[in-house]
Write a protein that binds this ligand. Structure first.
Ligand code: HEC
Ligand code: HEC
Length: 634
């Protein structure tokens, strides 16, 4: 391969903490001017690069008529992909003003036609959902998902996004294996058998009648909706085939059930298509299914199905009552863990992120501590949800969840000391000055945004911008040299090493916004322990953002973030809605997000308000016009 020498982007854009002042004055005429200066040379009539002739976008009406194309312009400019490298590019303030203006203009257009339900693509149950669903159907306590292929992340960054959940031949085979294993296991366990082997051939009951009874009860549970006789006949047919092959009654039933567990109606979540151009409320069974996979990650239980049958789930009082019940149930732990670990990136702990065992032996060698570290953010979120507390506790809080081991790691002495062995996580009130409130005081967050051997203010700054504020910096240019390691005869602090690149204006265009946030966390080492010194020098935890906002240490950083609490809540809402819908959000969804954010604000930022508003939202409860979706196989 021939190495390509690429130039750095002239100035990279990041719509970071505060949109620049100039975006407010930006208008359509400025956009035209930007096109003329930086785009039109390549994008005019024949031959138009990429088939895009920007001359027809020079009239405001085009915002209405050509929304999707404008959206693609927004994305290409925002990601610094247009103009291409090497061509003259607008300065970063102008680019940012343009993208901020365009985003607002398109959103206004998208929202002017009212809130829309958005697409609800058909999707396969992901690995965790399949596992929990089979567990609940057969009452087996085994992780049958272990042998299934991992799912990629799509949309808002979650592994339940329809975009990635197609069915490959590899998947089909593995699911068949998993179904077989689970059924064989269940058939041997009396408690499992009682759940689905509800009939046997007795005097006066033919094997076929017994099988029919079993399937009649099993199919609606497996398919999450009532079934008709044609469905039943398909699986009775499988039973018949096995019987003809001289299989025992048990084996014949299991053969039919295996057919159920690999059928598209079971493996895929699909909803009856809406043939009308008008959005309509989902049917109750589909709503029960959405609700159950959102808050439990598994199939609806009998109460949800009973309410669906009675047609009561759309009643707001009943629906919200169910949400409260489901959140109290132990199964909601799966939702919290799945959501929090994917949102915050802490699932990578112990997998792709491992603090160095030589430098941090006490951490690396203690499995229990590692577990405590990983579960802390999950249990903290669950505490907030279970007690309907303010979501702003995630930014800063006067309490946290710890075990004795975590308290030791954090140097926390709690008064009165805990009497129990301390291995169970417990809520503790934090005395002043412990620096352990909110997510940023947690080892899991501080470790997942560090390198194995050292902290990285860059990675921590990026983590805050991405996970907390939803404004990730663009990826670094390809030819940046790696940081020298802070070792050698005259060891330097990571901060000193980084100062080199902030002196270079090209590097500074990104790093002046990323690094200061991370500097404020330099008092935490790579596994989140407090330190006052690094490489023999006092820690310097001062940071100043490009707009002049200055702060020192985690407590002041949290104050800065608290002043941006609505940016944080909007990002969390985006994540929660994306997770609930199991798809990436579109510009149209941002109108819905606006209304949810307003609702959360009106309820003092309480966690329950967010979940309720998501469940009550139009995209969650309605479906748009759709034709019968085809099962995608790749
Ligand atoms: C030096 C030539 C050049 C300049 C200047 C340029 N582009 Fe492009 N553009 C291309 C080429 C070549 C493609 C097709 C390849 C691709 O998609 O990357 C393209 C593709 C695109 C696309 C995708 C086409 C589509 O239909 O979705 C968009 C959008 C776009 N450009 C917008 C812009 C905007 C906005 C500017 C100015 C800010 C700009 N471009 C400046 C060369 C250019
Ligand atoms: C377009 C924005 C952008 C520009 C421009 C940029 N960087 Fe970065 N840089 C990043 C991001 C984002 C990361 C974090 C990458 C990651 O996630 O691994 C990073 C990471 C780094 C790191 C690794 C830090 C660590 O702790 O390991 C160094 C060193 C670095 N950049 C130096 C530079 C230098 C020197 C320049 C200028 C020549 C530069 N960067 C220009 C965005 C940028």
């Amino acid at each position: 391969m021939i190495p390509v020498r690429r130039t750095l982007p002239t100035l990279a854009v990041i719509a970071l903490l505060s949109p620049s002042a100039s975006s407010a004055d930006f208008g359509f005429d400025n956009a035209k001017q930007l096109f003329t200066t930086y785009c039109i040379s390549c994008h005019q009539a024949k031959p138009a690069s990429g088939g895009l002739n920007l001359e027809s976008f020079m009239v405001p009406d085009s915002l209405v008529q050509r929304g999707p194309k404008w959206n693609s312009i927004l994305n290409r400019v925002r990601n610094s992909e247009m103009p291409p490298r090497g061509a003259p590019a607008p300065p970063s303030e102008q680019r940012e003003a343009f993208t901020t203006w365009l985003h607002e203009a398109l959103k206004k257009e998208a929202c002017s036609t009212g809130i829309s339900a958005g697409a609800a693509p058909i999707r396969r149950l992901n690995r965790a959902e399949y596992s929990s669903t089979v567990r609940d159907l057969l009452n087996v306590q085994m992780d049958i998902g272990a042998g299934l292929p991992m799912d990629g992340a799509g949309g808002e960054g979650f592994d339940n996004a329809a975009e990635t959940l197609f069915l490959s031949p590899v998947h089909a085979e593995k699911y068949l294996d998993a179904a077989k294993t689970a059924l064989e296991f269940a058939a041997k366990d009396p408690r499992s058998r009682a759940k689905f082997m509800i009939s046997t051939p007795r005097p006066g009951v033919t094997p076929r009648e017994a099988a029919r009874e079993i399937l009649t009860a099993f199919l609606p549970r497996a398919f999450r909706r009532p079934v008709d006789d044609a469905d039943l006949q398909v699986y009775l047919g499988l039973f018949d085939i096995a019987q003809k092959g001289k299989a025992t009654f048990d084996d014949s039933v299991l053969y039919a059930l295996k057919g159920v567990l690999v059928s598209p109606q079971f493996l895929f979540r699909s909803e009856d298509p809406n043939p009308n151009p008008q959005p309509r409320p989902l049917d109750d069974y589909a709503l029960a299914t959405r609700l159950s996979y959102f808050l439990w990650g598994t199939t609806p239980d009998s109460l949800l199905l009973v309410l669906a049958k009675a047609g009561k789930l759309h009643d707001p009082e009943i629906l919200q009552g169910q949400v409260a019940r489901m959140l109290r149930n132990q199964r909601s732990f799966d939702f919290v863990q799945s959501f929090v670990e994917q949102w915050l990136g802490t699932r990578a702990l112990g997998q792709t992120v491992q603090p160095d065992a030589k430098l941090f032996p006490a951490y690396a060698g203690d499995e229990e501590l590692r577990g405590d570290v990983r579960y802390q953010p999950v249990l903290f979120f669950r505490e907030i949800l279970a007690n309907d507390l303010s979501l702003l506790n995630l930014i800063d809080s006067k309490f946290t969840i710890t075990t004795k081991k975590l308290q030791k790691l954090y140097g926390l002495s709690i008064d009165p000391p805990r009497k129990d062995r301390g291995s169970q996580p417990q809520r503790i009130e934090l005395p002043e000055g412990t620096h352990r409130g909110g997510l940023l005081g947690m080892s899991a967050i501080l470790a997942v945004s560090s390198h194995p051997q050292r902290t990285s203010p860059v990675l921590r700054g990026k983590w805050i911008l991405d996970a907390m504020l939803g404004t990730p910096p663009p990826p670094p240019p390809p030819d940046v040299p790696a940081l020298e390691e802070p070792t050698g005869p005259a060891p330097r602090t990571v901060r000193e090493l980084l100062s080199q690149h902030r002196a270079n204006p090209v590097c500074a265009s990104c790093h002046s916004r990323i690094d200061p946030l991370g500097f404020a966390l330099e008092n935490y080492d790579a596994i989140g322990r407090w330190r006052d010194q690094e490489s023999g020098k006092p820690v310097d935890a001062k940071g100043t953002l490009p707009d002049g906002t200055a702060f020192e240490g985690p407590d002041q950083l949290k104050t800065v973030l608290m002043a941006r609490k609505d940016v944080f809540i909007r990002n969390l809402t985006n994540k929660m809605l994306g997770y609930a819908l199991g798809r990436g959000l579109t510009l149209k969804d941002s109108c819905v997000v606006d209304t949810i954010v307003a609702d959360v604000q009106n309820h003092d930022y309480r966690a329950g308000a967010l979940i309720n508003a998501v469940v009550m939202s139009v995209p969650f409860r309605y479906q748009v016009e759709s034709t019968r979706a085809k099962v995608v196989t790749k």
